[in-house]
Write a protein that binds this ligand. Sequence first.
Ligand code: DP6
Length: 361
Amino acid sequence: MISEKDFIQTNYTISTENGSFEWSAPSNIALVKYWGKKNNQIPANPSVSFTLNHCKTITKLAFTKKPNDGNFSFDLLFEGQPKEDFKPKIQKFFERIFDYCPYLKDFHLTIDTQNTFPHSSGIASSASGMAALAMNVMSLEKVLNPAISEDYFNRKASFLARLGSGSACRSIKGNVVVWGNHAEISGSSDLFGVEFPSTLHENFRNYQDTILLVDKGEKQVSSTVGHDLMFGHPFAEQRFSQAHHNLSSIKHVLESGDVEHFIKIVESEALTLHAMMMTSMPYFILMKPNTLEIINRIWKFRNETQTPVCFTLDAGANVHILYPENTKEKVLQFIKNELVGYCQNGQYICDEIGNGAVNRN
Ligand code: DP6
């Protein structure tokens, strides 16, 4: 089994003075949700997500050699401008990964990052952002140790991204990614995401995700605080075992193409995630009235037209609408006719399943 020790890089030479890399990494949408974690970003239960295609972070990393005096230094730019508010989160990420990437202290880094989706759209950029940054760090590692394999590169990138933000480890490679030990997913690990090992049924190929922006405001409760509230939560153990069970079921569904069963699992997972928030202490509600309006409209449309469309939610008020590619026209028409009015400034983003991070050098 792969352990944390396998990710400590010792076999490198500081063979270069300067250079730069550029990677994009996508966001992802969980079907079975990660909610609750142990120390060191170890998930309390396994999760699985669809990788998105258009909602991405693009990050450039430039490096210049400096004396290794035990200190780390970096500049952070957002869309080309210095962004001090983002620095603490990135600083914390680097502190968590130094043990695995000791060479980082031999360089001064300049990180320039941008998102393809509007800032403050309520779409979390932590998954795509940490994944893009982790890929850049691995590009640097590869320069210093060219012997590392592509598998190691991607696995360690996922491992590092996880230390930045749990769900980020599912944004490295593959259409469908599982993170967390699960008895029926071979190679699955709490330490990094793995590509769904079976062939995805054609019913899910090019699956669509339209994200309705219901509320773009700052969340009242961060995911990190929410995860912590699963400690001592009265339903935690049942929830964690339910996630194992749902992952078994959705594995079969993704193989067999059973879209009806897919809908049941995915919607139940979304509502369970929010039920956990509503039943923690302190309790909180991230859905807004329009979130519920949209859900009811989707249910009505599904009943009346027999279109296999469903919703899922992240830790926020926005609604992700998932549907097969061959229903695209019909569903987009429904969204335009009935749902746009519930979106803030009528905004929504059309996305679909994608493949993961891309090197832009
Ligand atoms: C509700 O990955 O944002 O989106 O590890 O604290 O950074 P941290 O949390 P984060 O949690 C995401 C939770 C979720 C469900 C999911 O993506 O699985």
